[in-house]
Ligand binder design. Sequence first.
Ligand SMILES: Cc1cc2nc3c(=O)[nH]c(=O)nc-3n(C[C@H](O)[C@H](O)[C@H](O)COP(=O)(O)O)c2cc1C
Length: 238
Amino acid sequence: MDTADERLHLLERLLADTKRDPGPRILVPAHLQPPPHEGPSIALPAPAGPRLALDDVLAERTSTRDYAPAAMSAEDLSALVAAADRMDARGWAGEREAGVGLELYCAAWRVTGVDTGLYRYLPEQSALRRVASLPSGAQAEELVLQREFAQAPALLVITGNLAGALARHGSHGHRLLLSRAGAAGHAAWLAALRLGLVGTVFAGLLPHVLRERVGADGYHRAPLFAFAAGHPAPEWTA
Ligand SMILES: Cc1cc2nc3c(=O)[nH]c(=O)nc-3n(C[C@H](O)[C@H](O)[C@H](O)COP(=O)(O)O)c2cc1C
């Protein structure tokens, strides 16, 4: 088989896998679920409402990796995480019901009323559960592949249950999880733009950091995607 044939064959297999009938609804068993987190939780305020029209901000959307020192309000953070969760709830309700969840984490360095730390978002309670501490300043840069992301007031980090997705869909489950994480991350980004914030999605996560701090073993809890957000640095303001 030459290279072109091999590629065609691979594409055919991918397509067949995508269309594969998962048969009766497969509920993900408990042993394939990520372990729960313990820890104190804090209530988030109601999400801030959009300040700008999507039409007005979409044309200007671009990845921004420099942020002003200003803190993000907890209301704004609440809006970002709620938008990400809403996107997944509306788009993939069946996956969630079957036990294939996305988990949303927030690395908060400068969020008003929220101590620096790594938190799991609890959408049903509109709350953050503290799961780990986070260093600040230069030490924070060791937690990320690109140091500029440690300068953001907050990061949204999305993980998913790869074990459950594979059990339910075969290898298509991984692609499905990546699509869901992409949609959730971009929903947070659009919500941020409408609040006058800037940011970028990114996938350059350091697996060992998430393994140590949130128990992301890459299988039951697999790091997928992230969004860094903040106020625009002065040179970006009009
Ligand atoms: C799957 C994915 C992974 C990405 N990973 C990174 C990353 O690790 N670091 C980064 O700076 N940007 C990352 N990005 C952001 C892209 O670089 C950015 O969206 C692209 O440069 C488009 O730029 P624009 O928004 O200005 O058009 C990623 C984007 C996607 C969709």
